[in-house]
Design a binder for this molecule. Structure first.
Ligand SMILES: [Zn+2]
Length: 189
């Protein structure tokens, strides 16, 4: 995948990917600390950080409160524009179909993620939203940046959640979250 900027105004060479993924990971850890599925996202505009968010589905009781959606809202507010031109979105997990759709609507030119989500990812896995010729915007993407750290964070979270679920009272965290598939569930006893 050629991630060289097409317009010359996005200046994010590959080595900096890890640096910004670390910021996304910091957000993801903040989510884990709050009992949220640990996914974090940050958005850069021409190299400047304009948004950072983590999953807040539980806190907000909002199924759309994914890290990417919250970051996109922040970025649009910062730029006073719904078109997020010249931006790069870093997220610890491949976006789901909802977030991939929002990324297309926001015209984000480039997305970098940590761990892929073969079972539920909406960018290129379960759905192919970033490359779909029927849509009017294509998203340049790259996966696998700090993949192990991103995967481990999700796996640890779900492992602890399952361990706690046996002891927790009914009505607690029930069922597998959408993001759980990225944690490689089958590999976890
Ligand atoms: Zn999502």
């Amino acid at each position: 995948m050629n991630l060289q900027p097409k317009t010359g105004d996005v200046d994010t060479p590959a080595p900096s990917h890890e640096r910004f993924m670390r910021l996304a990971l910091r957000q993801a850890r903040a989510a884990a600390d709050r009992e949220e599925v640990p996914v974090g996202a940050v958005i850069l505009h021409r190299g400047k950080l304009i948004a950072q968010a983590h999953n807040q589905v539980e806190l907000l009781k909002d199924p759309t409160a994914h890290a990417e959606i919250l970051a996109i809202t922040q970025a649009a507010a910062a730029l006073h524009d719904w078109r997020l031109a010249d931006t790069v979105l870093y997220v610890t997990k491949e976006p789901c179909p909802m977030c991939a759709g929002a990324i297309v609507l926001a015209r984000i030119p480039r997305v970098v993620w940590g761990v892929a989500d073969p079972a539920r990812g909406g960018a290129i896995s379960l759905f192919d939203i970033f490359r779909n010729p029927r849509l009017n915007h294509r998203v340049d993407y790259e996966g696998g940046v700090l993949e192990e750290e991103c995967r481990n964070l999700l796996q640890d979270f779900f492992r602890k959640q399952r361990a706690g679920a046996t002891a927790a009272p009914p009505g607690g965290t029930a069922g597998a979250s959408e993001e759980e598939s990225a944690a490689g569930r089958p590999a976890i006893p």
